[in-house]
Design a binder for this molecule. Structure first.
Ligand code: NAD
Length: 506
């Protein structure tokens, strides 16, 4: 980073709050906790921010409950909620470059990817700004003997209450708005807890939220780690948890939800297959398959980590994906030329390397990569070589476990049924890709793949209008589209008994 870039980064960090945002106020944690956020490209501390404790969670829940009761929010008109969301989208768009720079500092991702993620966040807010005025119930004509003239039934779609939104570090600003926007559109109040690794963009978002005329307590932001997450997701004042993160923590959250039977929406890990048939357009399929696993250094829940290539093209796919990997420009995310940034932390890099070593030990053939990046200028960051394995078997850990790093396995297959069996041989079910020019194969695969999202002749694309979520241990519930409106509301069924209207003599 040049000295001009460094001082610009310092200015952006300086303008980003570091406290808890509760009830419309910036406050210190009661127990005084703080935590450092690290720039994964340099290993240096970017900022010290507040670390919320359980007593801060109590305060935030009380503020969110009070906001829920306040007429300013509970009686807010749909058009007002639309206006707030639109205004937030405009404010975020106005600071797009600062947000992208901050996301890159916090997460390490290439700046161009960070820009796209901020754009996605703006799109999330705009898309859900369109919903408050379109949330409707039904009128139902009862068939009871009392008859249609005596009874009337209808449904009201109401907010759930206080929503805890707990998000991971790999796409912070996008994940935050994916939950915040529909929750607010439906009239809930929200406590947003970013990951301890990447709290900065969410704190800066709170600064923008503070500029809106929203009643205090409608949105609260609690930077913090697992302890804050645990206190929040087990709190009896929280009526719904919207969680994105690892499967292990998702399971813990589901168990904790039993206390007050809160609603849970969970988006978890994946081990997604990307299947390339010999008749595919390989000029598109091979680079796309490489991007699907190396994008954001493989730290994408839908990463296409298991590539299956029909045997006649297997060697070509292995060679093509490896060549793509070797050409990637590795460097700090802030450098516009960078295509592959670091992974999030030293701990995560060690975890990934341990899985790489296990693959070597189990007999997988290492085609390229397989080690930390050995460059003096990158020595302080958490850089990893993009890695490709061939000759793997479905029993190997590298094929079974989510690596969440830039590590692909490429396996040959002989026919449709055998690749379906292999692709579905996973506890996860988040996403899958199919590459073929045969319409029948595409249809057959689309139906047979056990995954919440299937891409045909493309990969990784999604947007706010299309539902997203997992099968199996990738979670349940759906985000985006109308499905989010459904998740963030509950239905009240109402029966009205109607008596004869009074006659003129009454
Ligand atoms: P993580 O589960 O460790 O943490 C996620 C969030 O939960 C963080 O905010 C963390 O502080 C909090 N947390 C940790 N322990 C908790 C507990 N016991 N109770 C409540 N909250 C707790 O996940 P991560 O390492 O931040 O993110 C990586 C994981 O997220 C990967 O498994 C990835 O696949 C998954 N992910 C899934 C999606 C999806 O949409 N399905 C998207 C992105 C990431």
């Amino acid at each position: 980073m040049s000295s001009a870039e460094a001082s610009e980064s310092a200015r952006i960090v300086e303008a980003t709050p570091a406290n808890l945002y509760i009830g419309g106020e910036w406050v210190d944690p009661i127990a005084g906790g703080s935590m450092a956020t690290i720039d994964p490209s340099s290993g240096e501390v970017t900022a010290e921010v507040a670390d919320a404790g359980p007593e801060d969670v109590d305060r935030a829940v009380a503020a969110a409950e009070a906001a829920l009761r306040s007429p300013a929010w509970s009686r807010s008109r749909p058009a007002e909620r639309e206006a707030w969301l639109r205004e937030l989208a405009d404010l975020l768009e106005g600071e797009r470059d600062e947000f992208a720079a901050l996301e890159t500092l916090d997460n390490g991702m290439p700046i161009r990817l960070a820009e796209r993620l901020v754009d996605r966040a703006v799109e999330n807010l705009r898309y859900y700004a369109g919903w408050p005025t379109k949330i409707v119930g039904d009128t139902i004509e009862p068939s009871t003997p009392a008859g249609r003239d005596r009874l009337w039934a209808f449904t009201l779609r109401e907010p759930i209450g206080v929503v805890a939104a707990v998000i991971p570090w790999n796409a912070s600003i996008t994940s935050a708005t994916t939950k915040l926007a529909p929750a607010l559109a439906c009239g809930n109040t929200v406590i947003l807890k970013p990951s301890e690794n990447t709290p900065l963009t969410v704190l800066r978002l709170a600064r923008l939220i503070d500029r809106l005329s929203l009643p205090p307590g409608v949105v609260n932001v609690l930077p913090g780690g697992p302890a804050a997450g645990r206190a929040l997701t087990s709190h009896d004042g929280v009526r719904m948890v919207a969680f994105t993160g690892s499967t292990a923590v998702g399971q813990e959250i589901v168990r904790a939800s039993a206390g007050n039977l809160k609603r849970v929406l969970i988006e978890l890990g994946g081990k997604s297959p990307n299947v390339i048939f010999a008749d595919a357009d390989l000029e598109r399929a091979i680079p796309s398959a490489a991007r699907a696993i190396f994008g954001n250094s493989g730290q994408v829940c839908t990463a296409g980590s298991r590539i299956y290539a029909e045997r006649s093209i297997h060697a070509q796919v292995v060679e093509g994906v490896a060549a793509f990997a070797e050409r990637l420009r590795i460097g700090p995310g802030s450098d516009r030329g960078t295509q592959l940034g670091p992974v999030i932390s030293d701990r995560q890099r060690s975890r990934i390397l341990e899985l790489v070593e296990s693959a070597k030990g189990e007999g997988a053939s290492l085609v390229t990569g397989g080690a930390a990046v050995d460059r003096e200028d990158l020595a302080a960051g958490y850089f990893l070589q993009p890695t490709v394995f061939a000759d793997v078997s479905s029993e190997m850990r590298v094929v079974k476990e989510e690596v969440f790093g830039p590590v692909a396995t490429i396996t040959p297959f002989d026919d449709v049924e055998s690749v379906i069996a292999e692709a579905n041989d996973t506890v996860y079910g988040l996403a899958a890709g199919v590459w073929t020019t045969n319409l029948n194969t595409a249809h057959h695969m689309t139906r047979a793949l056990h995954a919440g999202n299937v891409w045909v002749n493309t990969y990784l694309i999604n947007e706010a209008s299309v539902p997203f979520g997992g099968y199996g241990m990738s979670g349940y519930g759906r985000e985006y589209g109308y499905e989010s409106i459904d998740q963030y509301t509950q239905i009240k069924s109402v029966w009205h008994s109607i008596t004869e209207p009074a006659g003129p003599d009454a």
